[in-house]
Structure formats: structure tokens, C-alpha cells
Design a protein around this ligand. Structure first.
Ligand SMILES: [Zn+2]
Length: 158
């Protein structure tokens, strides 16, 4: 079976260990949208790749797709400010996999903020109402429910 190779810019959303030595990198890429890619090289190389794959890092990454995505190589080119961690969490939670979105990518590169992420992905607060009581102001977005709640109903969720 053949494999596809991609070279793309990306932001590292998250990284988690997988098994004893491997890890899974969650990336939002310019070419492919959100992808999860395993990092399973020889251990010496792995530690080098891992240092470039910290959350918030902007990277150029070479991905090989063979059944699933693998990180073949990665180079850090910059990093987002720590204040953007919540926005990256939101992107990881609500973006569909492998659907590139030029508008979202542009936002990541220029003016990352949660309100615009929600708006781009069709969760615009302007037309939203509390899922619990129907109230239309002071709404907060719940990642778990993919819905807006008023402050009172939101607190009840916790
Ligand atoms: Zn409510």
C-alpha cells in the first residue's frame, strides 16, 4: 500500500504520550486542517522531534499518511503567546478532522481569539440562546455541549 506525504505549516494544539515511548501530536495544519499524528521514531530522534512539538509552537511539519498520520520531521518556526492556550483547546475540541479552513488558519496566524473561532465554525454568539433557558445575553460557550449557556445555567453545569 502506498503512502502520502505532506509538507505544511501547523500550530501544535496539544501533545500526549502514547504507550511507553511514543506520543501523539495534535496539530492544526494549513493544508489538512486538524490532524492527530503519531511520533514514533527511534528514541533519540523522537526527543529531538518532541522538543519542536510543544503546544503553542508554530512549525513546519512533514507528515506521512499510511493508514494514519506520522510526523516524519518537524521544525519550530515560532510560537504563540501562552494566553492562546484556551483558544487552541477550543480548536482541538470543535474543529472537524482533516478539513482545512483557510479562514481559521488566517486567524491563527494573525489574531487568534475564541470569539472569532466560534464564529468561523458556525457557533456565532450573535444568534445564540442559552440551551438551558433560552436567554439571549451573557452567554458562554460550553465545549462539552457545543452550545451556549447563560451564566446561571453554565454554573449549574459545573
Ligand atoms: Zn440559561
Amino acid at each position: 500500500m502506498g503512502s502520502n506525504e505532506y509538507f505544511t505549516e501547523a500550530v501544535v494544539l496539544d501533545k500526549e504520550p502514547s504507550g511507553e515511548f511514543d506520543s501523539i501530536a495534535h496539530l492544526y495544519t494549513q493544508e489538512l486542517g486538524r490532524v492527530s499524528a503519531s511520533v514514533t521514531s527511534a528514541r533519540k530522534i523522537l526527543s529531538k522531534l518532541n522538543s519542536h512539538l510543544e503546544p503553542l509552537n508554530l512549525v513546519q511539519v512533514r507528515l506521512v499518511e499510511k493508514n494514519r498520520f506520522h510526523v516524519a520531521d518537524v521544525l519550530k518556526t515560532g510560537a504563540l503567546d501562552r494566553q492562546h492556550l484556551d483558544a487552541l483547546k477550543l480548536i482541538k475540541s470543535i474543529t472537524p478532522e482533516a478539513q482545512p479552513d483557510p479562514e481559521l488558519w488566517h486567524l491563527i496566524k494573525t489574531n487568534l481569539n475564541e470569539k472569532d473561532i466560534l464564529s468561523i465554525l458556525g457557533f456565532d454568539s450573535q444568534f445564540a440562546a442559552c440551551l438551558g433557558c433560552g436567554l439571549k445575553k451573557d452567554l458562554r460557550f460550553s465545549i462539552n455541549d457545543l452550545s451556549y449557556f447563560c451564566v446561571a445555567c453554565y454554573d449549574r453545569l459545573l
